[in-house]
Design a protein around this ligand. Structure first.
Ligand SMILES: [Zn+2]
Length: 64
């Protein structure tokens, strides 16, 4: 008897075994989608830090 799980991304049934290298995801695509969402969540930080553009010295000459 094989254990199946639902893909967290698309709810497709995935066999829990070596034939499903991306389990609990059905495929690499779904795994990446889920990881992407997780990353988006973790990156949801209010952007309050001041931009330090002055540290980036552009070689282009922009003289008035
Ligand atoms: Zn899937």
């Amino acid at each position: 008897m094989k254990t199946t799980v639902k893909c967290p991304s698309c709810q497709k049934l995935v066999t829990w075994g070596p034939e499903s290298p991306f389990r609990p995801f059905c495929c690499e695509r779904c795994k990446l989608i889920d990881l992407g969402e997780w990353a988006a969540e973790s990156h949801r930080i209010p952007d309050t830090s001041p931009r330090e553009d002055e540290d980036i010295r552009q070689p282009s000459e922009e003289t008035d």
